[in-house]
Ligand binder design. Structure first.
Ligand code: BGC
Length: 842
């Protein structure tokens, strides 16, 4: 069925007519934290939403509801492969179906405006074209299977500091050419069923009240889906007139009676409410929530094996080999008898970023596990974390925890009433306790405390720090003895996600021998009836934390060096922690946490065959980069991390990634994320990412688009074809590129085309990405690729005419393997009087 026919089934007007004003208005605020309201009378069932880009968490925020952990958006973008993004979209859709989710709160298509952005891992790229291409493909993959995508966060929510209140001041041209561009392209080409309006303001309006919703998104681009608020971003009835359709989450919010009253008093036309309800019904029909009629979904068959294989190959396809001196990689497994796998992220990797993108994967293959499995029993793997990279007391490892009375692993959770009655219990694997809504048997008014009881059995002898994190009153006893009774408070104004990710902590030192057990009881007391939450978000949230004894860094580094000296190969896996890189706050520094830089230097000095694997969601400074033979940037690659890493290091597949973001050498000169007096001026204008480095002439550590494979590509020739008017790229050109795989392995190349306009009458970046394509060829073979460059990619937004204009004359198109390595160039000529058709492909 065609998109439009599927979109607006006949009969929605009739359903609308069955609803009273109050009935209509009630549909426009969520039913609870994740659901929309059902209305049986019109055949509308409850619609379920869920975060997020790295997997489908579902309504439960803990380990009991596992979800496949796909590569984080930045890692997916590093593949530069829309076909893979489409495939991952369809895998996510299958996960949604499995969990009864109708609307996925993804993709996030904000730009990585600054390397400091805390949530960059959740955004695809610093470049609008790459963002749009990957985002649109993901939307298609999801929606083909009947699950709605939610393109977020509209718009200019590119950093976290003060995100609820900050005003982004962005010029109109900059908005159009950079920040709105991915939204426009995705809305026009992939027709998403939902868009999320951001928390922040842009140029004087909060985004839930912004004229851009009606004028640009719905008006100019013809968006026919639902605009929902980011969680608690809706503040006013005025947002209804501005084009917001749905307030999330529910059940309360600024609309309800106030919105109905505004209509009754004639301050808002009922037609505005009707339009929102019709959009909601259209969404319901699209996801199959409106009976009669099943969804038009083509849910694709995902067996466990196919899913695992897709996650593994996609992770490898996003690994960026930044340096490979002397072709150290790929390694011959037969040459590896003893391997040192070192670094804090080697056994405890990050496969996804913190915050709303968090999911609980069924398993995670660490680099140590992946290499061990790949090298088999004949190779010796020695592991040392080398240094500590965290400063907080970590979540208690499930391996340490036993249910009371020796009834197996885990913790016992009890929900305790004011009179001491236990209202409900849960047996849980670990101490991660977050309930956005309380279990059915627990009525908030009766709940006085949540108690966690467990027997901690020590593995390592020495001083353990046993404690908790959260907001509110906590009481800890160890072996019946009080350890602390304390009130932990989150400072006023803290971002709720930051408060969730790194709330205050308290710990008590407990000395334990290996194998010795201690009974631990942690009680979290909630306030009176009025305080039904223990947290800045609804529900109850806290953690049981245990720091086990570990060696001082000096000792651990020395151990790592000893392992490296004795090994055929040293692999050092360095990275960030959730403490420093997450939604909810921006990064304060781009340095790797702890003494990881020193670890790399010491290991590389001990073993000339050292590969450094960088496990971060965004750039970190790599001061040792030119002194180690190989650097592999793996980003946050999902649950198959270790297997994919082994595949790439051992040459079973190529590292397919190219950088979707410039990797800076120094923090100086990077764009700011810190607002001044509530205003974040996008003062750099068009010049973010590589455009900034090109303009200032600074050398980045690794340029945008950079990434090595295992073969060598020769760029032989290029020319420009002007297709006939009815051709594939109406109003544009096709760049034809001939290249040769000049190496000895089959391979895949990402061909990139950058436009420039040397003597332009308007301000422009030195060059900007205008097209890209993948090409594959066996060793020694030639291949020809065609890359379409629609005219819109050469156009600029004219603030005087308020439209897209194209400068007649010659545009130079540089062709090559990164933004700083363009061996070929051709010219595209635009004749005078050429116009950019309204809504033309972008
Ligand atoms: C985030 C959204 C997310 C929502 C629901 C917000 O804080 O900005 O991206 O979808 O929470 O978890």
């Amino acid at each position: 069925m065609g998109e439009s026919a599927r979109g607006q089934r006949p009969g929605h007007e009739e359903l609308l007519a069955k609803l009273s004003l109050e009935g209509k208005v009630s549909l426009l605020t969520g039913a609870d934290y994740w659901h929309l309201r059902a209305r049986r009378g019109i055949g509308l069932r409850r619609i379920r939403t869920s975060d997020g880009p790295a997997g489908v968490r579902g309504p439960r925020w803990d380990e009991r509801d596992t979800a496949l952990n796909v590569p984080a958006p930045v890692a997916l973008a590093a593949t530069w492969d829309p076909r893979r993004a489409d495939l991952i979209g369809s895998l996510l859709a299958a996960e949604c179906r499995r969990k009864g989710v109708d609307v996925l709160l993804a993709p996030a298509v904000n730009l990585q405006r600054s390397s400091f952005g805390g949530r960059n891992f959740e955004f695809f790229s610093e470049d609008p074209l790459l963002t749009a291409a990957i985002g649109a493909a993901l939307v298609r993959g999801l929606q083909r299977c009947g699950v709605a995508a939610t393109v977020k966060h509209f718009v200019a929510n590119d950093s976290e500091t003060q995100r609820f209140t900050v005003e982004a001041r962005v010029g109109h041209r900059v908005l159009r050419e950079l920040y709105l561009a991915p939204f426009e392209s995705i809305v026009r080409t992939a027709r998403p069923w939902a868009v999320m309006a951001a928390y922040n303001s842009v140029n004087g309006h909060t985004m839930t009240e912004s004229p851009m919703l009606n004028d640009i998104l719905k008006g100019e681009w013809g968006f026919d889906g639902v605009v929902m608020s980011d969680w608690r971003a809706a503040r006013s009835v005025a947002a209804a007139a501005a084009g917001l359709d749905l307030v999330m989450p529910g059940p309360s919010g600024p609309w309800g009676d106030a919105l109905a009253e505004a209509v009754r008093q004639g301050r808002l036309s009922e037609a505005v409410v009707d339009d929102k309800v019709l959009r909601l019904l259209r969404l319901a029909a699209r996801v199959g929530a409106l009976s009669p009629g099943a969804p038009d979904a083509l849910t694709e068959l995902w067996t466990d094996d196919r899913a695992r294989e897709t996650l593994r190959s996609t992770a490898a396809a996003g690994f960026v080999l930044a340096r490979n001196r002397g072709s150290l990689l790929p390694l011959d497994p037969r040459s590896l008898r003893r391997v040192a796998v070192l670094g804090p992220n080697a056994a405890a990797p990050r496969t996804l970023g913190g915050g709303s993108a968090t999911v609980f994967p069924p398993y995670r293959v660490s680099p140590v596990d992946g290499l061990r499995a790949a090298l088999g029993p004949d190779a010796t793997i020695e592991y040392s974390p080398g240094v500590r990279s965290h400063t907080r007391i970590p979540l208690a490892r499930p391996e340490l925890l036993r249910l009371p009375g020796g009834a197996g692993p885990g913790v016992l959770v009890e929900f305790v009433a004011h009179d001491g009655t236990v209202l409900d219990t849960e047996r849980r694997a670990g101490g991660f306790c977050t309930w956005r809504s309380l279990p059915g048997a627990v009525k908030a008014a009766r709940l006085a405390a949540v108690r966690v009881t467990t027997t901690v059995r020590a593995v390592t002898p020495g001083t353990h720090v046993i404690g908790c994190s959260g907001h509110g009153q906590f009481c800890l006893t160890v072996e019946g003895e009080p350890a602390f009774d304390t009130y932990l408070s989150v400072p006023a104004g803290t971002d709720p996600t930051e408060a969730h990710i790194r709330p205050p902590q308290r710990g008590a030192a407990v000395s334990l021998e290996a194998g010795q057990s201690a009974e631990v009881v942690l009680e979290h007391h909630l306030g009176g009836v009025e305080q039904q939450t223990s947290f800045v978000l609804p529900g109850v949230s806290f953690q049981l934390n245990i720091a086990e004894p570990d060696r001082p860094d000096d000792e651990e580094i020395a151990r790592a060096v000893r392992f490296a000296q004795a090994a055929d190969l040293a692999v050092v896996v360095v990275g960030t922690t959730e403490e420093v890189e997450s939604e909810g706050f921006d990064r304060a520094t781009l340095d790797l946490p702890g003494r990881q830089d020193e670890l790399v230097r010491r290991v590389a000095a001990a073993n000339p065959r050292t590969v450094v694997v960088v496990n971060t969601g965004a750039p970190v400074l790599l001061p040792w980069a030119n002194t180690v033979p190989a650097v592999l940037l793996t980003l946050f690659p999902g649950q198959e991390y270790g297997n994919a890493l082994a595949d790439v290091l051992l040459g079973r597949c190529e590292p397919g990634g190219r950088l979707p973001v410039t990797w800076p050498e120094a923090a100086a000169d990077l764009t700011a994320t810190m607002p001044e007096e509530g205003v974040l001026a996008y003062a750099e204008g068009l010049h973010i990412g590589y455009r900034h480095f090109d303009r200032t002439g600074r050398e980045p550590r690794y340029p945008f688009g950079h990434g090595l494979g295992y073969t060598r590509w020769e760029y032989l020739a290029a020319d420009v074809l002007v297709p006939p008017p009815a051709g594939a790229a109406v109003g544009g050109v096709i760049v034809r590129v001939r290249l040769r795989n000049g190496g000895t392995r089959d391979g895949c190349e990402t061909i990139q085309v950058y436009a420039s306009r040397p003597a332009s009458t308007v301000e422009r970046p030195l060059r900007w990405l205008a097209g890209f394509a993948k090409a594959e060829a066996p060793a020694g073979a030639e291949v020809t690729a065609g890359i379409a460059i629609p005219l819109r990619r050469l156009a600029h937004w004219d603030t005087v005419t308020g439209g897209w204009e194209i400068e007649p004359g010659e545009f130079r198109l540089g062709i090559g393997r990164s933004s700083r390595d363009l061996p070929l160039s051709v010219t595209a000529t635009v004749s005078p009087g050429t116009a950019i058709p309204d809504g033309s492909r972008c």
